[in-house]
Unconditional design. Structure first.
Length: 333
């Protein structure tokens, strides 16, 4: 069963491929940490989550000077509401109550420091391999943003002069190949595709072979998304992974799991299942722009020991950022 919301008047490819609306938005993606544009954009897109946070803080702290049980309880509730996760929320509250803080103003900066240290731990892990072509297998349940993220990643890579090849190994969903072709064209990447219902592992194999023959720097493999609880999907993905490794030992160099931030805590159980089946090496969290549940980033970093590599903050080609813990905390508070 497919849970994707369909737009009756548009093809799926059109629905999933919004065009940049202004010249400013058509510009190349900003390099993280380099421009203040990165932070400005992040702040803007995280506004829903930030509103939950800051409005919540203001309400809790209004007129209060001392830290008491009521205040801590309200704070705990706020943290849980923004999807930080019960365990992480409890840990943070425990940190506050066991600290020597007596002044409410200091709570915010303590929280900021604690959250930063949670986010920094898994995010700082270096990328695993620099071999060429670098093969990235992209997985996730349906509708999380796999194809879109591939388009955005391909665009980033080609913009920096890399030769990118995309494999259309989602042969399950109607219009998936068409959608990917549009992204490949926009990103100026090559694409390897078979016809619908073809064996996804065969597509992946051909793509990796073509990438080696043509001297590509990067291969991005799009895969089907069905319910993660369905055994078939996991078996299919395992087969793709095995097949790739037969062609290039050590590949895929990255198994990138795409999680949808709007699904909240559900993302965690998806991650655990995919990790058990495939060994996930990195995460991308999409749709942070459309949710007040951005606290899920903290939950993910504290629970899963898998680096969060990218965040999706919009539907357009430039709306993917490399995750930066410091900037994220800055944007959150
Ligand atoms: N607002 C927002 N929308 C996003 C983001 N990433 C993806 N989307 C949208 O989410 C929808 C699904 O994206 P897809 O890339 O088609 O997802 P998928 O995982 O490939 O879906 P399946 O192929 O059906 O499994 C599309 O409408 C995208 O435009 C994001 O960061 N922010
Ligand atoms: Mg897709």
């Amino acid at each position: 069963m497919i849970f994707r919301k369909s737009n009756k008047n548009k093809s799926q490819a059109e629905t999933a491929l919004p065009l940049a609306s202004s010249d400013e938005e058509k510009s190349q993606p900003a390099e993280p940490n380099e421009s203040s544009g990165y932070l400005r954009r992040l702040k803007d897109r995280l506004s829903k989550t930030r509103k939950t946070f800051s409005d919540g803080f203001d309400k809790i702290f209004a007129g209060k000077k001392q830290i008491d049980d009521d205040l801590l309880e309200e704070l705990e509730e706020l943290l849980i509401t923004s999807d930080i996760g019960v365990q992480t929320a409890l840990t943070l509250i425990e940190k506050i109550s066991s600290s020597k803080i007596t002044d409410v103003d200091q709570i915010k900066s303590l929280l900021k420091d604690e959250i930063l240290s949670i986010l920094q731990a898994p995010a700082s892990e270096p990328e695993r391999s620099m071999s060429s072509p670098r093969v990235i297998m992209v997985v996730g349940v349906n509708g999380t943003g796999k194809t879109t993220t591939i388009g955005k990643l391909a665009a980033k890579a080609t913009a920096s002069g890399k030769k990118v090849l995309i494999a259309a190994a989602d042969t399950f969903r109607a219009a998936a190949i068409e959608q990917l072709m549009i992204w490949a064209e926009r990103a100026q990447a090559e694409i390897v595709k078979h016809k619908e219902t073809a064996d996804p592992a065969a597509v992946a194999f051909d793509a990796v072979e073509a990438a080696s023959a043509r001297g590509a720097d990067m291969v991005l493999i799009d895969t089907a998304g069905r319910l993660h609880t369905k055994v078939n999907l996991m078996e299919e993905l395992k087969k793709i992974k095995r097949t790739i490794s037969k062609k290039i030992p050590g590949a895929p160099h990255e198994v990138l799991l795409i999680l949808d931030a709007t699904t909240g805590q559900n993302a965690l159980s998806q991650a655990q299942l995919f990790n058990d089946a495939l060994g996930i090496t990195a995460l991308a969290l999409t749709k942070l722009d459309g949710t007040a549940k951005g606290g899920i980033v903290i939950s993910i970093c504290s629970t899963l020991k898998i680096p969060l590599r990218y965040i999706g903050i919009g539907e357009k080609i430039e709306d993917l950022q490399e995750f930066d813990a410091t900037q994220f905390v800055e944007a959150l508070f």
